[in-house]
Write a protein that binds this ligand. Structure first.
Ligand code: BV8
Ligand code: ZN
Length: 245
């Protein structure tokens, strides 16, 4: 049984507004590589940042399409981990609970969270790169990137690439949640990708208690009120148990 500071337990017992930001580390124990983990196999030769961009898609659309198809297949085989379920439990216990995620794997909703803001989109959704029409089905993609039925534009994953703007509604809601929460969690994120990484600072500037749960220290660590370095799938269930029994 992990020990938690009594002040943190007291903050969470009394809290009515909590915001959480998660990154790839929150899905690591589900078997998904984090963004900065070395890619495996065919993809080992590429850096994610060099594939997740409009320039990469313009340069070699099939390579980028195939990378996302490979990641979609990997996600179909994984399930939420104990850390995801602990956050779903927390949402039940806190009056206003906002789960802001950088992850595109859909695992938070699968674990039962409903107030989820997907800042970087969702890899399981596919849209036309020209007219924006969403589609669930597409033709054979072995030779070339499948095309939109309406305008024949190339299909693409509905994720936010580097250099692309985040969805306005989700970002505004995330900033509002960070600014109004009493407790802000930063979980499983290296805290380098902007503007998501700025949310913890927005919370801190408004006087929120900031808690980091991450496998290793990050640039945020010196600025938080409580830092727990370890696996979110181990720490979060223990925290939920310590606060809500
Ligand atoms: C934008 C979707 C501009 C795609 C992703 C300021 C300075 C410098 C650069 C910029 C800046 N402002 C903007 C930029 C550019 C860029 C940026 O931030 N670059 C970084 C690299 C410096 N930002 C952008 O381009 C953003 N757009 O700002 O638009 C603009 C403005 C106006 C008009 C037009 C445009 C868009 C950013 C979104 C990019 N898309 N993903 C896809 O997935 O393919 S980001 C990608 O990185 C993932 O979403 C990922 O989640 C995210 C962040 O990484 P992390 O989640 O933190 O993952 P990471 O591997 O880094 O860390 C995992 C952590 O978990 C580690 O610390 C590890 O220790 C820990 N961990 C591991 N296991 C566990 C664990 N912790 C707990 N338990 C475990 N078991
Ligand atoms: Zn189209």
């Amino acid at each position: 049984m992990m020990e938690f500071p009594v002040e943190l337990i007291s903050y969470l017992t009394k809290a009515t507004r909590v915001a959480v930001l998660t990154g790839a580390g929150a899905s690591q124990e589900s078997g998904l590589r984090t963004f900065r983990d070395a890619q495996s196999g065919l993809w080992a030769q590429y850096k994610p940042q060099d594939l997740a961009s409009p320039e990469a898609f313009a340069r070699d659309p099939k390579l980028v399409w195939d990378w996302y198809a490979w990641r979609r297949e990997a996600i179909k085989g994984v399930r939420p981990n104990a850390g995801h379920y602990a956050l779903a439990e927390m949402e039940k216990r806190i009056e206003t609970f906002t789960l802001i995620t950088q992850n595109v794997d859909g695992l938070h909703r699968m674990a039962g969270n409903s107030n989820v803001l997907e800042l970087h989109g969702n890899i399981l959704k596919v849209r036309c790169s020209e007219c924006g029409t969403f589609t669930e089905v597409w033709g054979d993609d072995s030779e070339s990137v499948p095309r939109c039925e309406r305008c024949n534009g190339m299909l693409r994953p509905d994720v936010v690439w580097f250099g692309e703007s985040l969805p306005r509604a989700e970002l505004e809601s995330a900033v509002n949640a960070a600014r109004t929460c009493q407790v802000f969690f930063s979980i499983g994120t290296s805290g380098v990708v902007q503007p998501a990484a700025a949310l913890a600072h927005a919370a801190r500037n408004k006087g929120s208690v900031v808690v980091e749960v991450n496998a290793e220290p990050t640039p945020l660590t010196p600025k938080v009120d409580f830092a727990f370095h370890g696996k979110s799938g181990e720490i979060l269930p223990e925290l939920v148990k310590a606060v809500w029994g």
